[in-house]
Ligand binder design. Structure first.
Ligand code: DAH
Length: 332
C-alpha cells in the first residue's frame, strides 16, 4: 500500500516533534490521507470491503505506532540537546557581592563605646525631639541664652525642638535612676548652622558620672584615659571654659596630630586640637533632676564625633561625612 510507505517514510524523516505532528495531521487527521480512504469505503463492493477495511486499519495502527515511537525518540533527543546547551559551568567564579566599609563616624563611635564600656559606663539613648525644658531649662541654660535663639535651634513648636545637644539625656537618666550613674549617651543633634565645618545634623557622645564624692580628679583621670586610648601618648591639656550646666567647666585639647604642636592649618596655628567640653555638674542641675547636691557630685562631658573624625582622618569638609560618595567612604 503506497500510503503506508509514504506515511512511514515521512514519519522517519521528521526532524522534530512539531514536524511529526504535521505528519500525523497529514495522514490521520480529519482530512488525512488514510482517513479519506476509510471514508471512501462506502463506494467499495461488499465483497471487497472487509479485506480493504482490515488492511487500512492495520496500516493505521502501524502508522500510529511509528508516530508514537518516533515522537518518543525525538522528544528524548530534544531534551538531551537542551540539557547539553544549558549546562552550567560550575567552575566559573561567582560575582562577589559588594562589601561595604564602616563609616568613619561609626569607627570613631565604636572606639569610644569600647573605651567607656571598658570603664563600666552604660550606653543609653534619648529622644531627638526634645522639650525646651530638657534641652535648656533643666540644664540651667538661661532664657536669654543665645543658643535658645530661633537662629541657633530648630523649633518645632514653642515647647518642642530638635535637641541641640545630647546633654538633655543627663536629666532624663537622673530623673529615672538613683545614683550612682555612669553613662554615655550617643546620638544625633541639630543646629541651624551649615558650612565646611558645621552641619545642621551632627553627632555627640554625652557622658555623665554622678556618685558620692566624685571630684574633678575623677573627671581628669577618666578623660585622660580616654585621650590615651584614642591618641596614645599625645600631650593633653585642660583649658578653663564655660557651660551653663557645669561649674567649673573645662575643655580638653590634645597636641595637634598633624604638626605635633608646632602650629599648622589643621590646628589654626595654635598647636592644639579641641576634643571635648566637660565640667563638674552644676548643683542646680543635680537639684532640678531630683538629686541632693549635698549628697552627690558628678562630672559630665560632651564629645563631637564629626570633629574627632575630621582631626583623626584629616577631613577638611564636614559635608563629606554625609554625602555618601563611595570614593570617599571606601577609604576607611
Ligand atoms: N553640650 C555641650 C555642647 O553641645 C557639650 C558639653 C560640654 C557637654 C560640657 C557636657 C559638658 O556634658 O559637661 O556644646
Amino acid at each position: 500500500m503506497q500510503v503506508k510507505e509514504s506515511a512511514l517514510s515521512a514519519c522517519a524523516s521528521a526532524g522534530s516533534v512539531r514536524e511529526l505532528e504535521d505528519v500525523r495531521v497529514r495522514f490521520l487527521g480529519k482530512k488525512g490521507e488514510l482517513t479519506l480512504i476509510l471514508r471512501g469505503m462506502g463506494q467499495l463492493s461488499p465483497e471487497e470491503r472487509p479485506a480493504i477495511g482490515k488492511l487500512v486499519n492495520e496500516v493505521r495502527g502501524q502508522v500510529e505506532a511509528a508516530l508514537a515511537a518516533r515522537t518518543e525518540s525525538l522528544a528524548q533527543a530534544e531534551t538531551e540537546a537542551r540539557l547539553k546547551a544549558e549546562t552550567l559551568d560550575l567552575s566559573l567564579p561567582g560575582r562577589r557581592p559588594g562589601r561595604g566599609t564602616k563609616h568613619p563616624l561609626n569607627i570613631i563611635f565604636e572606639d569610644l563605646q569600647r573605651i567607656f564600656v571598658g570603664m563600666g559606663f552604660q550606653v543609653v539613648e534619648g529622644p531627638e525631639i526634645e522639650t525646651d525644658y530638657y534641652n535648656f531649662e533643666a540644664l540651667n541654660v538661661p532664657p536669654d541664652h543665645p543658643a535658645r535663639d530661633m537662629q541657633d535651634t530648630f523649633y518645632i513648636t514653642e515647647e518642642f525642638l530638635l535637641r541641640s545637644q545630647t546633654s538633655p539625656v543627663q536629666i532624663r537618666v537622673m530623673e529615672r535612676q538613683e545614683p550612682p550613674v555612669r553613662i554615655i549617651a550617643p546620638g544625633k543633634v541639630y543646629r541651624r548652622d551649615a558650612d565646611a565645618t558645621h552641619s545642621p545634623m551632627f553627632h555627640q557622645v554625652e557622658g555623665l558620672v554622678v556618685d558620692k564624692g566624685i571630684t574633678f580628679g575623677d573627671l581628669k583621670g577618666t578623660l585622660m584615659e580616654l585621650a590615651r586610648s584614642l591618641y596614645g601618648d599625645r600631650e593633653v591639656r585642660f583649658r578653663p571654659s564655660f557651660f551653663p550646666f557645669t561649674e567649673p567647666s573645662a575643655e580638653m585639647d590634645i597636641s595637634c596630630i598633624v604638626c605635633e604642636g608646632a602650629g599648622c592649618r589643621v590646628c589654626k596655628g595654635t598647636g592644639w586640637l579641641e576634643v571635648l567640653g566637660s565640667g563638674m555638674v552644676h548643683p542646680r542641675v543635680l537639684e532640678m533632676a531630683g538629686y541632693d547636691p549635698n549628697q552627690v557630685t558628678g562630672f559630665a562631658f560632651g564629645i563631637g564625633l564629626e570633629r574627632l573624625a575630621m582631626t583623626r582622618y584629616g577631613i577638611e569638609d564636614i559635608r563629606l561625612l554625609f554625602e555618601n560618595d563611595l570614593r570617599f567612604l571606601r577609604q576607611f
